[in-house]
Design a binder for this molecule. Structure first.
Ligand code: M6R
Length: 596
């Protein structure tokens, strides 16, 4: 996820080291390119940027030497538009009079770029941060002052983002917030603004919180907050922040896992915006439509999303697809693979060795390679003919949560488009995720003590919720170290039922269409002593039969599995913490498995 930082001082100084350190503090958010710009007392703009790590870009471009009164840093996490020097931020306007950078996504970027070119502006990249600068330039050229030009630009730029910009011949920077994080701060002889608290905290603890729809005008000796809507000044108190750096990075949550679980409404919203607004989805879908055989390849959590993807593709597009664990793909399908076949390779990191082995073998046979990937610039992204980004930002916690949800969202969008359906069903999803997280929070906390000492559990699902049962079981195993097996519910009677005795915990996950099956499954195991937990929409028959119920909001059956994973993530988290473990870094595991 990108990050921005801007600073205005009362006297010209070497701003380079301050910008580099701010960049390092933003780096935990994930990035592939770095850029810094300063404006000196002589009003010249010095802009240096490149692809690479903060330290490397700083060394290659001697950023420490940069002097000025005003400065900004941007770390870019590529979404669409490859990581490149041109796409790295900040960006200049056509005449090099303004410089700006953003964090987030401008979803009408393609349309805006065409307009700017038609209006005679110089567009140098495909990056949406550049569109923010030209959107302001458009109104400055019409004679508006910066505050009014920014207010107009705000209306033209659709999406969720935050933006900072400076202009020659002035003494201030401007920034505004529209859906992405942005915090301002006041120090001794400077003011600053950044995407998050960690970018600011070592410089000052005097914080000014900004809300969506507000802009801030920063000068060396003070700042003013204004409403974008009418330009009026807003009175906003200065807060003294006492958080530690680590606590600030976790955004007030005790662990990254919990923070990332609660980011799910936002990342789902971002991805839905992006997929609606880009041509990438069409390209991707056209490529898979013509395939003779279609394989969905991944490991761990990503493999579970592949199973749900196959169910969606069959239901919505009548398109058979084979979900397969990457190493097993080599044994089971590679010998029969041909150039007419296509694989969608799914990986959060884009670096999982098992996945890359399968990808290379498929490529050697001439098969089509598509990627679903979170980390852009990764090996998977480069190896794919076409890719879709998961747009989750950096996932720090080892257990995958928000990336699983967006893998499912991406597969649902692919299946809808492949089947010629509209995307309307997706629009309610971010709100439903939010409601689910709120609704199950207390019930999950209440349930945790009942499962606390259990070392063996089953998690059963059916149809759309089968992959959710596998994913819930994996989450529980991964962070609680207890054994939890995920299974198709109908398979349970074919063997595992013999393990059930007094108090044996079984989690049933189901959609509204599975009520009959759930009721039989619950009774079959409860009469042998099992303690049953049901995760489903409200249904009197389920409530009457199960010992515990975690209720999901009513939703389209296609969305129900995505909602059902949320209580399981929270349950795994709560049990892990109650057992005294660190859910962010489970023992023996690594976030990115680059070994065989
Ligand atoms: O980066 P990837 O999606 O390729 O990783 C695959 C698995 O290692 C990963 O999903 C793993 O199962 C998760 N840590 C589970 O939470």
């Amino acid at each position: 996820m990108c990050g921005i930082f801007g600073i205005v001082t009362t006297r010209e100084q070497q701003l380079g080291p301050i910008l580099v350190e701010a960049g390092k503090r933003l780096s935990y958010r994930g990035y592939d390119s770095v850029g810094c710009a300063v404006i000196g007392a002589d009003q010249a703009i010095d802009l240096r940027k490149d692809v690479g790590k903060v330290e490397d870009v700083a060394r290659r471009h001697a950023i420490a030497e940069m002097r000025g009164l005003r400065g900004m840093t941007q770390l870019r996490w590529a979404t669409f538009g490859a990581p490149s020097h041109a796409n790295a931020q900040p960006h200049l306007d056509s005449d090099g009079d303004m410089v700006g950078a953003h964090n987030g996504n401008v979803v009408n970027n393609v349309e805006l770029r065409a307009e700017f070119v038609a209006e005679g502006m110089t567009v140098r990249s495909t990056n949406d941060g550049e569109s923010c600068v030209h959107a302001v330039e458009r109104y400055v050229k019409l004679g508006l002052g910066m505050v009014d030009a920014i207010r107009k630009a705000y209306d033209d730029l659709e999406g969720d983002y935050a933006f900072v910009i400076g202009r020659k011949g002035e003494d201030c920077l401007y920034a505004f917030k529209k859906g992405s994080g942005l915090v301002a701060a006041i120090g001794d002889g400077f003011t600053c603004v950044g995407s998050d608290l960690p970018s600011l905290l070592p410089l000052t603890r005097k914080i000014v919180r900004l809300r969506d729809g507000e802009m801030v005008v920063l000068r060396g000796d003070g700042l003013e907050v204004r409403h974008v809507s009418d330009g009026e000044v807003v009175e906003r108190e200065v807060e003294e922040d006492s958080e530690t750096m680590e606590a600030a990075q976790k955004g007030g949550y005790p662990h990254f896992m919990l923070k990332e679980i609660h980011e799910q409404p936002k990342v789902a919203q971002d991805l839905i915006h992006l997929l609606n607004a880009s041509k990438h989805l069409d390209r991707f879908v056209n490529r898979l439509k013509g395939a003779r055989n279609l394989y969905l390849v991944g490991c761990g959590t990503s493999y579970h999303a592949c199973i749900l993807g196959a169910v969606y593709l069959a239901r919505l597009a009548g398109r058979p697809a084979v979900p397969i664990l990457a190493p097993q793909f080599l044994a089971q399908y590679l010998p029969a693979l041909g150039p007419d076949d296509v694989g969608i390779f799914v990986s959060q990191s884009g670096e999982t060795k098992d996945v890359l082995n399968a990808l290379q073998a498929a490529r050697a046979k001439g098969a089509g390679i598509l990627g679903l990937v979170n980390v852009l610039g990764s090996t998977l992204m480069h190896a794919s003919e076409s890719y879709l980004p998961l747009a989750c930002g950096y996932e720090i916690s080892v257990p995958a949560t928000k990336t699983f949800v967006n893998q499912c969202v991406a597969f649902l969008a692919i299946a809808l488009r492949a089947g010629g359906h509209g995307m309307e069903v997706l629009k309610d999803l971010p709100g439903l995720i939010e409601r689910t997280l709120q609704g199950v929070d207390v019930p999950v906390r209440d349930l945790a003590p009942a499962l606390m000492g259990q070392e063996d559990m089953y998690c059963l699902g059916y149809g759309l919720t089968y992959p959710i049962a596998l994913e819930g079981a994996l989450k529980l195993k991964e962070v609680t170290y207890a054994h939890c097996e995920g299974m198709l519910s109908t398979e349970f009677k074919h063997g595992p039922l013999s393990a059930v005795d007094e108090g044996f915990p079984i989690l049933f996950v189901g959609g509204a269409e599975d009520t009959g099956l759930l009721v039989s499954g619950i009774n079959e195991s409860a009469c042998r002593g099992a303690r049953t937990v049901v995760i489903s929409q409200e249904e009197p028959r389920l409530r009457a039969n199960a010992h515990h119920m975690l209720v999901l909001p009513g939703a389209d059956p296609l969305l129900a599995p995505i909602l059902a994973v949320l209580p399981l993530q929270l349950l795994a988290y709560r049990l892990s913490v109650a057992r005294g473990y660190d859910p962010d870094f489970p023992r023996n595991l690594s976030k990115t498995l680059t070994v065989d």
